[in-house]
Write a protein that binds this ligand. Structure first.
Ligand code: NOJ
Length: 546
């Protein structure tokens, strides 16, 4: 990354760190569903340790762990009852320390999920707070005698709940048992700094920060987020000597580049980067309603953010999937007859752009959306509440189809390791039904296949790691907005690489460069130019002219 002219000498350290971050390739793990080591049907930390070599060999050098703190699991760990203890089903603090050391031994980083906006109502702070107004924790949450506004919970219904013990209403932007913390209270800021420091003390390398935009509210304007003290609070967390050089990625509803600059410009000492969600709308009208769409719309959104972030020296996050989304491949490409081609072309299209790759568990074997025949198969609080609402307006069958399309459980079922009973995930009864296509799509089968998505990812990530141009080079888009394919180059000094990804129909692609033989291709192409089959992709070095 070029050092912006206005940067001060003392900031150059941070800027060098930004360069390092471009080398990170992050694998996101949903611990509950990744690997169960003790047969209780629930994934755990020792299960993750067993699979670290599988992850490392893919070309990963950082892991983002979804919350693994003590929690009643109403929102699977995003309802934390103790930030400084490990969820009993996942293991112990000793296991966590071993995980950190096993990661570090392999030169891998750990990114913890930090949830600063809310705690579980089972958290000690809330249990104290609800006791009454003269309690030291009284103002840790938002309490009102009357419901002050019409804010809605993200998981349906009002965001306000009456608490009989305290005799007042409290705010919960998510499930009823996830009470929003009141960041206007300096004691809350200090408590959350302590949480960050506790985990820094354990040796973590960064944080993914849950709904960061919501920690400052604007009651006057009626906005449950992006309040006037947001940036001050972010700096309270991370603009401190021990935290400033961590990797921090905020989950946020930021929608324009100026907002992103305010969060992530190096000299502001707030966050390293953000997850931006515009492209999540590809292939759907809303979370539960499909929309016919193609890779074209995805490409156009990616390009826009890529260019904007590059222009302003900001780090960009490259991701398709996470634990809140059904897999992108099923919404926007062909997850049946062209599944291998779609998964690999989508990987080349995204992960050779400039930014930090985030790969969600299962994506590396081309995992698709799942399908269940009954609402009883679902566990996710959002899916179950939404299903109930849908059933007021439509038949139960229609409601179930919509849930199948958009449910977060599409990303939360046990990881399919093989086609054996329980998909190799557990020796016991899995906590939720297996992925519906696990006989056909699983790790063992993918690794044994001639057309392995994992091995394509492996080759892609190794090429990216070896070529400075693919890490730091500037991006230039050669295809136009309406082309049924995507072609871009990466250039650093005199060195250029070209990436060509065809979409759903056969196309002839001509290139303005003389290229070497493809270094990466999902169909063993010999030359870069010529006819491309549906979802064919290829990557090559441009031959240097003397
Ligand atoms: C965003 C997380 O990604 C999601 O899983 C969670 O339910 C909400 N924030 C509330 O913490």
């Amino acid at each position: 990354m070029a050092v912006p002219a206005e940067m001060k000498a003392e900031d150059s350290m941070l800027n060098r760190k930004y360069q390092d971050f471009l080398r990170w390739v992050v694998y996101q793990i949903y611990p509950r569903s990744f690997m169960d080591s003790n047969g209780d049907g629930i994934g755990d930390l020792n299960g993750i340790i067993e699979k670290l070599d599988y992850i490392r060999q893919l070309g990963i050098n950082a892991v983002w762990l979804c919350p693994c703190y003590q929690s009643p699991n109403d929102d699977n760990g995003y309802d934390i009852s103790d930030y400084e203890n490990i969820m009993t089903e996942f293991g112990t603090m000793k296991d966590m320390e071993r995980l950190i050391s096993e990661l570090h031994k392999r030169d891998m980083k750990l990114i913890m999920d930090l949830v600063p906006n809310h705690t579980s109502t089972a958290h000690r702070w809330f249990r104290e707070s609800r006791k009454g107004k003269d309690n030291p924790y009284s103002d840790f949450y938002y309490w009102y005698d009357e419901i002050p506004n019409d804010w809605k919970s993200a998981f349906c219904g009002s965001a306000w709940e009456y608490d009989h013990i305290r005799g007042q209403y409290y705010l919960h932007s998510f499930a009823v048992s996830q009470a929003d913390l009141n960041w206007e209270n300096p004691a809350v800021v200090r408590a959350m700094q302590d949480v960050v420091d506790f985990w820094i003390g354990k040796g973590v390398d960064g944080f993914r920060v849950d709904v960061i935009d919501m920690i400052s509210k604007d009651f006057n304007k009626g906005h449950n987020g992006f309040g006037p003290r947001l940036h001050e609070f972010i700096r309270d967390l991370f603009d401190r000597d021990n935290a400033r050089y961590l990797f921090t990625v905020g989950e946020s509803g930021v929608q324009d580049i100026d907002e992103m600059i305010r969060h992530c410009a190096a000299e502001r000492n707030e966050l390293s980067t953000l997850f931006l969600f515009d492209h999540m709308e590809c292939g759907r009208k809303d979370k539960f309603t499909p929309k016919p769409d193609t890779l074209k719309s995805l490409r156009n959104i990616l390009i826009r953010w890529q260019q904007e972030t590059d222009k302003h020296d900001l780090l960009y996050t490259l991701f398709y999937d996470n634990h809140d989304q059904s897999p992108m491949i099923s919404r926007i490409a062909n997850d049946r007859e062209y599944r291998y081609e779609s998964a690999t072309a989508m990987a080349a299209m995204l992960y050779l752009l400039k930014g930090i790759p985030f790969i969600y568990q299962g994506q590396e074997i081309g995992m698709t959306a799942s399908h269940y025949n009954s609402i009883d198969c679902f566990d996710d609080v959002e899916s179950i509440n939404t299903y109930r609402e849908f059933c007021r307006e439509m038949s139960a069958e229609e409601a179930l189809e919509k849930i199948n399309f958009g449910s977060r459980d599409n990303a939360r079922h046990p990881m399919p390791w093989n086609d054996q009973p329980q998909g190799g995930f557990t020796a016991g009864e899995p906590w939720m039904p297996l992925y519906s296509r696990y006989h056909e799509i699983n790790v063992d089968k993918d690794l044994a296949s001639e057309r392995s998505v994992y091995r394509f990812y492996q080759r892609l990530l190794s090429l990216r790691a070896d070529q400075r141009t693919l890490l730091y080079g500037s991006v230039k888009v050669l295809s136009s907005e309406n082309d049924p394919f995507f072609i871009y180059t990466r250039t650093l000094d005199n060195d250029t690489w070209i990436v060509a990804c065809n979409f759903e129909s056969t196309q002839r692609i001509n290139l303005p460069f003389d290229c070497e033989a493809p270094a990466l291709s999902n169909m063993n192409r010999n030359g870069m130019a010529g006819e491309y089959a549906p979802y064919e992709c290829a990557v090559a070095h441009v031959r240097k002219t003397e």
